[in-house]
Design a protein around this ligand. Sequence first.
Ligand code: NAP
Length: 310
Amino acid sequence: MESWELIIIGAGAGGLAAGIYGARSGLKTLIIDEKMAGGTTADAPVVENYPGFPQIGGGELAERMTLHCKKAGVTIHEIEPVTGLDLAGERKIVKTSRAAYEATALIIATGSHYREIGVKGEKEFRGRGVSYCGVCDGPLFKGKRVLVIGGGNSAATTTLYLSGLAAEVVVTHRRGAFRAEDALVKDIASKENVQVFWNTEVREIKGDKLVTKVVLYDNKAEATKEIAVDAVFVQIGEAPNSQIAREAGLDVNEHGYIKTDVFQRTSVAGVYAAGDVTSHPVKQVGTAVGQGITAALEAYSYIRRPYYRG
Ligand code: NAP
């Protein structure tokens, strides 16, 4: 079994920040991710609130973080799903699709995944007009009419990104106002090719080979109508990727997010969590980075014991 001092599961913003601090502290550090490094930051159409970068593509920011991490000396294993953890002993065991590893400390930074709306047609047309990632699939719908579902920051940033590609962007939100940041809401209001349907729910996605229309329900007027669209971007939030952690016995809250204290310690000594998988109420690249840094410094303290808190 390969032996490491620190293993980080997840190569998103939190995991990569933890990697940089772990390796720079001198820890033999491995990051394992089931996908390519970058996490959901790489899916962000544009990031405008990460200090030092007034505007940067999520893909570029994620790539810079990954390169920085490798330069710091971290080994990154990509496309290697973790299949189980054994946290019972002094050494933490990480089993993956390829091998088993042991480490003195672990940081879980597995992030979150996109939530589905659960309407008829959503699963059927996934990849055939139904998408959860504007950056990934937006360019396929250049000059078309697309629909974005949601009222938070994800829906807002995706709407703005798509407004630069599609001929028309229709946004449906089940309430009468967005919950997204003011700056984003103002930007949306200034776009001539964006139309917002307030108090509107998508009830069904229809098509033949590809998406062609959606059934909308106006929950104020209590009226149903169909409109033609070429794509549906579901942007209604996320849920934690915490299954492996839950199975290993870590405490999670009622929504499945891993509980941590301010030092990012979980319910098991030597195991830390950082980023969107944790119960921290703010889900931002900056907060994930901060949590990753705290987790790595605490893990360092646990492993090498200079200021160990117990
Ligand atoms: P979010 O803030 O939780 O917003 C989800 C939106 O989807 C809400 O408006 C919600 O409606 C709506 N919604 C939820 N379930 C729905 C359903 N079944 N059908 C229709 N609509 C539904 O999620 P998010 O926008 O993905 O953001 C997640 C986190 O990432 C937040 O902390 C956010 O700040 C952060 N983020 C930040 C940025 C940024 O640029 N700062 C960008 C992306 C994400 P209600 O309003 O009615 O609840």
